[in-house]
Design a protein around this ligand. Structure first.
Ligand code: 5GP
Ligand code: MN
Length: 334
């Protein structure tokens, strides 16, 4: 958590006359959108009117969240986004910790004169004016709740805030399953339910959103899943023409990588996907226990993230990428 004197400085910044912008990462997920909108709704209770900016569009299954549709997508509204960042007095940076995770928005952020406040749970944060970084917490949404507690404002948590924070905790913990899910996480989730978050509604809006084409895509990749490294590593992949054939929409492949980890004996799953428009391979890694995919993604695949969930990019074709991966993973000790 921030120190007491930092909290006091932050309180002094959170005045209704100050312009606040909230930024989250490229390809925003449930935790990114949940923490940004949750914080926005909290700041609204203090009389502020924050603007949420995301670098690019996010999946439909996150657009049910209160005020999700008011988010400024920098890809579509460049000038509006860059002007808001330039004019801001305070910028919250949520669920990412490096300027290169927000694309062009990173350049605008670097040039902004606002006070920059980081709240994030990824490894190795860059420098910001105020930093609350904790890699042991499973979701940035949980950290937003701790921040509200530290400000002594828990009583202001309303249904909108509760729904947003619940969603991010649910998605980043894989439904309260992943390793860093703690008793504290569950206590906070219990409070959020008391404040009006409806678990059945949120789960259904977020996860019961399959289309038939998404399930066909899933069956295609499950049908050719491959195990390497004595059954400890699962490999999945999708090609661009397959994405096109099944009418791929943003978010359709969310969670596919987890199927590799559900196989008994696997310790790591890797999912490779040709980008729909650009010539690179988007990679997702997931792992169990102490298999460090963050270090692996950083070392070999231009990426990073968490120990058990990371991602990267690679600039060869999909077959070469998978061959390089197989070579590198054999060298790892686990
Ligand atoms: P996903 O596989 O869901 O895209 O990403 C999993 C985690 O890895 C997320 O926490 C995300 O922030 C991180 N991540 C994904 N892609 C990249 C990347 O290209 N660079 C870095 N530094 N982190 C990434
Ligand atoms: Mn997160």
């Amino acid at each position: 958590m921030f120190t007491q004197s930092q909290l006091q400085e932050i309180k002094n910044l959170l005045l209704p006359e100050n312009k606040v912008v909230i930024i989250t990462h490229y390809n925003p997920d449930g935790d990114a959108i949940g923490s940004s909108l949750g914080l926005k709704h909290f700041l609204k209770t203090l009389g502020l009117e924050p603007i949420v900016i995301v670098p690019n569009d996010f999946p439909k299954f996150l657009k049910w969240m209160p005020e999700a549709k008011k988010t400024i997508i920098a890809d579509y509204k460049r000038k509006m986004a860059s002007d808001a960042i330039k004019d801001a007095d305070v910028i919250f940076c949520l669920d990412f910790n490096a300027h290169n995770r927000i694309g062009i928005v990173g350049d605008w952020l670097a040039n902004a004169t606002a006070k920059k406040i980081l709240i994030d749970h990824h490894q190795q944060p860059e420098d910001f004016d105020f930093v609350y970084s904790d890699v042991t917490i499973p979701a940035t949404c949980q950290m937003i709740y701790h921040f509200i507690e530290a400000l002594g404002k828990e009583d202001l948590v309303n249904q909108n805030i509760a729904e947003c924070l619940y969603t991010g905790i649910m998605t980043d913990t894989g439904g309260f399953r992943f390793r860093s899910t703690s008793a504290t996480t569950h206590r906070i989730v219990a409070n959020l339910i008391e404040k009006g978050a409806d678990p059945a509604m949120i789960t259904s809006n977020t996860w019961d959103t399959n289309t038939v084409s998404r399930l066909h895509l899933l069956s295609l990749i499950l049908g050719r899943i491959e195990l390497v490294k004595d059954g400890k590593v699962a490999i999945l992949y999708l090609k661009r023409d397959e994405l096109k054939e099944f009418g791929f929409e943003k978010g359709d492949t969310e969670g596919f990588v987890n199927y590799g980890l559900s196989i008994a004996g696997t310790k790591m799953s890797a999912f490779f996907m040709e980008d729909l428009y650009e010539d690179f391979i988007k990679i997702s890694f997931r792992s169990k226990d102490d298999v460090d995919t963050n270090a692996f993604a950083r070392a070999h695949f231009n990426g990073g993230g968490h120990i058990n969930a990371s991602g990267g990019k690679y600039f060869k074709n999909i077959h070469e990428t998978i061959e390089d991966f197989k070579e590198k993973i054999e060298e790892e000790e686990f």
